[in-house]
Design a protein around this ligand. Sequence first.
Ligand code: UGA
Length: 437
Amino acid sequence: MRQITIVGTGYVGLVSGGGISEFGHEVTCTDMDQDKIKRLNSGEIPIYEPGLESLVKRNVAKGRLHFSSDVPQAIHNSNIIFIAVGTPQGSNREADLGAVEAVAKTIGKNLNSYKIVCTKSTVPIGTGKRIEDIIYSVNPEADFDYVSNPEFLREGSAVKDFMHPDRVVIGTRTTKSLNAMREVYRPLYINETPIISTSVETAEMIKYAANAYLALKISYINEIANLCEAVGADVHEVARAMGLDGRISPKFLHPGPGFGGSCFPKDTHALAAIGRNSDSPLPTIEAAIKTNESQKRRMVTKLKRLMKNDIKGKSVAVLGLAFKPQTDDVREAASRVIIPKLVESGATVCAYDPIAMDNFKNHHPDIQYRDSWQDAVNGADACIILTEWNEFRGIDLNKLKSLMNKPAILDTKNILSIEKLESLGFTFDNVGRKKSE
Ligand code: UGA
């Protein structure tokens, strides 16, 4: 059993803390935010993530998972310290490493014996070296090994992803630290999860390369979807046939209103900036970013076209605000670009999301919020689906039609049956498929 401290109890920190304690280690999740720690200690989970609450409660009850705002004390008591603080996008689009650097200083000042310092946050290539330098600058005698152990969790399935990863990447400089990290992930190792051992720099690169590739794949299928519209092809059939080629795979070939969330938009920008700064630009990634931004705007044009440009003073129902289902996260969501443009055009927006409305209200208190999709579409002149929540997949289209003022729908997630929409006489559009005449 290892004594582990996680610095930063946000999304990655809390899921990792829960997961590592489930592996049998003693974990203290720390955060400077005393209020958050207080809430966690009273059993409140600050984020919505399926399976997280039971994971946390089970391990707290077993006495393996603790929460504390006393970061120095937790560092003293541990053998391994994970850095899991945020690396938001800075003003120049590069990753803002302010929080990571502050944590490195705190760790340096509190290293009282040999420890492993391991970064889980997504950080630009070279950050490991920078963290080592910071630790030595505040504590020249520091005795530690640095490790990069990037996280590949998806919001909405993070607990499952942590317990059953496709691979674990561990970037180290010494055998001692590699063996200690293998020990942390021993239960996965026994399950034959591939443990990829690399240098620190390679591990940092793997995370960006993987995220940017997935983002690129989405932008590619969105471009193909847009072309399908122009030439009369169906992107679902195209994606399905492409995906059956084992070299391509069907995953991340779902077209839509553009990718969002706290990772792909930020990480593609950061990787593009690293490329530019290293005199090794990445034009494909730069293009994927541009395509993604224009895809979000394209949805507004489509909706306006569907409404025959008669949008001023009209009521538009928006179904789905989260950047994807199973999360209340609205960061960089398509809704954040599309809704302000609808409001700007003079529409009255009535929105509904099963769980992301409170978060969205923090950014857009000015639109109307409804407690169900039925309420949101009531009297609407058009409806736009932005998140593929299951409850929208199962919408009763007869009911929808009877509630709306005009049966016009833009299905940006391609979840509704074109045949049913046609037979009910909807005016409809989607991404890359047949639309109404
Ligand atoms: C992503 C990666 O999938 C994780 O492996 C990674 O650990 C995480 O970023 C991170 O860096 O922390 P996440 O942002 O939670 O995870 O969500 P995804 O499921 O990857 O979806 C991202 C966006 O792409 C969403 O807006 C989603 O709707 C969109 N998407 C996804 C598509 O438009 N089409 C697809 O086929 C797949």
